[in-house]
Design a protein around this ligand. Structure first.
Ligand SMILES: [Zn+2]
Length: 467
């Protein structure tokens, strides 16, 4: 099967140019002007899509999702099928989800369990990070297996959620040393779990139940402290580092400091931290629970710092931390803010939000947009050159976006398995018309044309040098 996308404004992380893209099978065969529909000479005419007036850019890579995650006594409401289909609607063709080691369990068991949930289910391509929650010498021996056998080259640690996911500093040091032997990357959730737990306990003791106490128990300093501490640990051992979901200027300052000593640190933020702020928690009733996630939303000044951080090359990727819970699930915390399942839906609107709020409002360039949504995550996580760019031989993962179409985000029309939208009523300019995954039209005109099981598992290589 061949496909010809004609007359598009082709955007990569380095330039935008007018042209055509010819796809043969799953990969890009030619890029040029006035390409013929029978480019291959095989005589069989390709299906032609006219992309006049539209941007054509690489399929999005969301490097931070949680499908079907068992967490806080329930499971995130999107599974690998519904979550990746929603992703395809929003131009995300690849996700990197997290397999979680069980306490006392092996990494291998976690890998197998997550493959059972994803294989034959995912409609979009997927890879895994490994969340290491219980590091010990036995687990150390598994890092090599994960890397060599399963293509998992990034290992996540939590500095919060004590008693569930959190590891201590000694475990962090030991894990970093082991991961470095295999040229992998440690990625981290930076919040000081002990500080947070003390503030939660204090608020509960005072009878404070409202969702706003979630953000009041997790101030920026808890994130900045953990970020700074981890930066120092990584610097001391010369370990590269990737920090997930950074939210605030105070934490970013610790990164800024680290870059003065030539430290290799990658920073991810998520779309919600760029466009939403903490005032949402202070609404009446239980409304604020919709945005209960960790770290929480911050102030408007923090959004500005993150946008600027992208342009300063301090913030490298924009993900979602997609981890939806329906309102029934959120209500587990109706009488106790600390029992509200942490997470929100986001995968479907990451790219359209970033385009509308970022590119069209001149906060970032089109090239930066492509970089943070696709090219940089592909390189950092060892998916390049197969993913993350438009090049001959690369997977034909492409998004066609009409920059003039306006639309409104709503739970009534989204495809995520969640009964609310975190961006309800947002009016966006620029709509995705078509998403192509490995040469197959996956979504067209709002309709999914692929389904369950179309997605492939992507074993990853070691991180490419970006810094
Ligand atoms: Zn997460």
């Amino acid at each position: 099967m061949s496909l010809l996308i004609k007359n598009g404004m082709i955007a990569t992380a380095s330039e935008t140019f007018d042209g055509d893209i010819y796809i043969e099978g799953e990969t890009i065969a030619a890029i040029g002007k006035n390409l013929a529909a029978t480019h291959s000479g095989a005589g069989k005419a390709a299906k032609v899509i006219d992309a006049k007036g539209c941007y054509v850019f690489p399929g999005g890579i969301d490097a931070h999702t949680h499908m079907n995650l068992p967490f806080m006594g329930t499971n995130s409401s999107d599974d690998f099928e519904t979550g990746t289909i929603a992703g395809l609607h929003g131009g995300t063709t690849t996700i990197i989800d997290f397999a979680f080691q069980a306490h006392g369990g092996t990494l291998d068991a976690a890998y197998n369990r997550w493959q059972e949930m994803a294989q034959g289910k995912a409609a979009g391509d997927y890879a895994f990070h490994m969340a290491v929650t219980d590091f010990n010498p036995k687990v150390a021996a598994e890092i090599k297996t994960m890397t060599d056998k399963h293509g998992i080259t990034s290992f996540k640690i939590f500095m919060a959620y004590k008693g569930a996911l959190m590891v201590d500093d000694r475990q962090i040091v030991d894990l970093m040393a082991e991961v470095k032997k295999h040229n992998g990357l440690v990625i981290a959730h930076c919040e000081n779990g002990d500080m947070v737990d003390q503030m939660i306990a204090d608020n509960r003791a005072k009878g404070n139940k409202h969702p706003k106490y979630h953000v009041l128990s997790r101030p920026p300093i808890t994130e900045a402290e953990a970020t700074g501490r981890l930066m120092d640990i990584a610097h001391a051992g010369q370990y590269p580092l990737y920090i997930v979901h950074m939210t605030c200027d105070e934490a970013l300052d610790r990164v800024r400091e680290g870059t003065r000593r030539q430290q290799k640190v990658y920073v991810e933020t998520c779309i919600q931290y760029l466009v939403l702020d903490e005032s949402l928690y202070f609404q009446d009733g239980f409304e604020g629970s919709k945005w209960v996630m960790s770290p929480p939303l911050r102030k408007k000044e923090d959004q500005e710092a993150l946008w600027a951080g992208m342009n300063q090359n301090l913030v490298h990727t924009v993900a979602t931390d997609h981890c939806p819970f329906c309102m029934d699930q959120k209500k587990m915390g109706i009488d106790d803010f600390s029992k509200i399942p942490n997470g929100m839906p986001g995968i479907e609107h990451r790219m359209e939000l970033l385009f509308s709020e970022g590119v069209l409002k001149n906060k970032i360039s089109m090239q930066k947009f492509v970089d943070v949504t696709s090219t940089a995550p592909a390189r950092i996580f060892g998916l390049a050159p197969r993913k993350g760019t438009i090049a001959i031989g690369a997977d034909a993962d492409l998004v066609i976006l009409d920059p003039k179409v306006q639309h409104t985000v709503s739970a009534k029309t989204h495809h995520m398995n969640c009964d609310y939208s975190a961006f309800e009523g947002w009016k966006l300019t620029g709509k995705i018309k078509t998403t192509v995954l490995r040469g197959t039209i996956a979504v067209d005109g709002g309709k999914a044309l692929v389904g369950k099981g179309f997605g492939k598992y992507l074993p990853r290589k070691q991180s490419g040098a970006l810094l």
